[in-house]
Write a new protein. Structure first.
Length: 96
């Protein structure tokens, strides 16, 4: 079963910022600046965590990962957008 995760990041160095963005792009949907939505099973979540740990400097950067709940059903219903919004996009394959 997959859960939906909201991932937000604050990375200080431009090279690490680019690396973090590219890493997350392989796992989810870029929704706005420094924010991704990722639909992941438990193994994919572990792979994401490992990849992000390699991309950042833990003493300077921060990543916030929020488990929104099951991808099927209530997960996306818990997200409210005010203002312009993109149509929902189903996540594609995960590139590791």
């Amino acid at each position: 079963m997959k859960n939906l995760y909201l991932v937000s990041y604050d990375v200080m160095d431009p090279k690490r910022l680019s690396r973090t963005f590219k890493t997350l792009k392989g796992f989810g949907e870029h929704t706005q600046y420094s924010v991704f939505l990722c639909s992941l099973n438990p193994k994919e979540k572990i792979l994401l965590n490992e990849a992000l740990l390699k991309a950042i400097n833990q003493k300077e950067d921060r990543i916030l990962i929020v488990n929104i709940g099951p991808s099927e059903g209530t997960g996306k219903d818990r997200i409210e957008v005010i203002g312009t919004q993109d149509p929902p996009v189903e996540p594609g394959p995960i590139i590791v």
